[in-house]
Design a protein around this ligand. Structure first.
Ligand SMILES: *Cc1c(COP(=O)(O)O)cnc(C)c1O
Length: 372
């Protein structure tokens, strides 16, 4: 029989935009739990979602997220299915009643554009800023934004995963319900969660495998939602059932629990996670900026994402060669999103500073060999 090494499957460094990298210790604990959850003696893949054990898993995952975000007691933490894409419709279904002024949306990149298309199927909405015609190369300044006081809510995406644009401030008015898609930077930094009425983030970029979406929502929002929504698309049903309304993704939620434990115990919280993430991004952007124009970062200044570093080489041909050589050298997931091409290095929480160092080393070497 072929005996595999514990991390044999992981001898490549994973810079994928999503599903993203997970830490070695979380993978090891996941591996153990697949064979038998400690103290339970059953595989995590086959434990009933109605078991006491799973109720405890949901409870602890929820309380870890509360403590990481310092979330006030009047928020629900829900574990839902359907991805962030399903939130694109659940949000307007719950928050955009016909008797209110339309919700306001920011179109800052690929994912917010998708959210707008979906929301429009449910309710009239107003786009108050769009970077579409400029190719989504920067985010709006405060001076470019004017919000209405009576909007049903404001929706924006905190980190545009495809273009590599990230807000480093909270947008909107304090007296208007604020909703944010944090799918690709959730739990990567402190985020002033109490200023948002609703935050959603699927797990597979930064905090677990695909299959579960975390929603932190203020109780007031849940109580005000219409009463005639389909139950599985209604935050109220999900909150009342403590995320166990129908069969939930037990495995994905369990891995999210392991990741939150890792954030609390091994990393030491979100301020510390933010320091690591800033250092990683600074190193890679310095490598791009210091290349004399060989590597060109897609974005500049304060809008640059700490999570997704998007860049180009002088020609598409050279980008192909880069990807081939990078794959050969053990770097995976560096191709840009199919919508815009180019290259993208995603530096999610679990990507180590050493991995960034190795990538920079490879890039310097590649440039030496290919610039003449
Ligand atoms: C990846 C991504 C999505 C899409 O999420 P799904 O879970 O595939 O529906 C939505 N928003 C953002 C910001 C993303 O990065």
């Amino acid at each position: 029989m072929h005996i595999r090494q514990p991390f044999n499957s992981r001898n490549r460094l994973n810079f994928s935009g999503g599903p993203g990298v997970l830490s070695d210790c979380v993978l090891k604990e996941t591996q153990d739990a697949i064979m038998g959850v400690p103290g339970v003696g059953l595989s995590v893949l086959g434990i009933s979602h109605r078991s006491e054990w799973f109720a405890d898993v949901v409870h602890e995952a929820e309380s870890n997220i509360r403590s990481l975000l310092s979330l006030p007691a009047d928020y629900h933490v829900l574990f839902l299915q359907g991805g962030a894409t399903q939130q694109f419709v659940m949000v307007p279904m719950a928050l955009a009643p016909a008797d209110k002024a339309p919700p306001e949306y920011l179109e800052t990149g690929y994912w917010s554009a998708k959210s707008i298309v979906e929301a429009r199927r449910v309710a009239p909405i107003r786009v108050i800023w769009s970077g579409h015609d400029a190719g989504y190369r920067c985010l709006p300044s405060d001076a470019e934004l004017s919000y209405s006081q009576d909007a049903a809510y404001l929706h924006y995406v905190s980190n545009e995963t495809v273009e590599g644009l990230q807000f480093s401030r909270v947008l909107g008015r304090e007296d208007v319900t604020r909703v944010c898609d944090m799918s690709s930077d959730f739990l990567s930094r402190p985020c002033e969660a109490q200023r948002f009425a609703l935050i959603y983030a699927h797990a597979q970029k930064n905090i677990g495998p695909a299959g579960v979406t975390i929603v932190c929502v203020r109780d007031e929002i849940v109580r005000q939602a219409p009463h005639d929504l389909p139950s599985c698309l209604d935050y109220r049903t999900q909150a009342q059932a403590h995320s166990i309304y129908n069969t939930p993704p037990v495995f994905a939620i369990y891995v999210v629990l392991l990741v939150t434990r890792w954030l609390l115990r091994d990393i030491g919280g979100l301020a510390q996670m933010d320091r690591f993430n800033r250092a990683k991004a600074a190193q890679l952007y310095a490598c791009l900026d210091g290349s004399g124009g060989f590597y060109r970062a897609r974005t500049a200044g304060a809008d640059r994402s700490l999570m997704n570093v998007v860049f180009n080489l002088p020609t598409t041909e050279l980008e192909h060669v880069f990807l081939q050589e990078a794959a050969h050298a053990g770097f995976s997931g560096l191709e840009g999103h199919r919508a815009i091409g180019g290259l993208r290095a995603s530096l999610y929480n679990a990507l180590t500073p050493d991995a960034v160092g190795e990538l920079c080393g490879f890039m310097v070497d590649f440039q030496t060999r290919h610039s003449h």
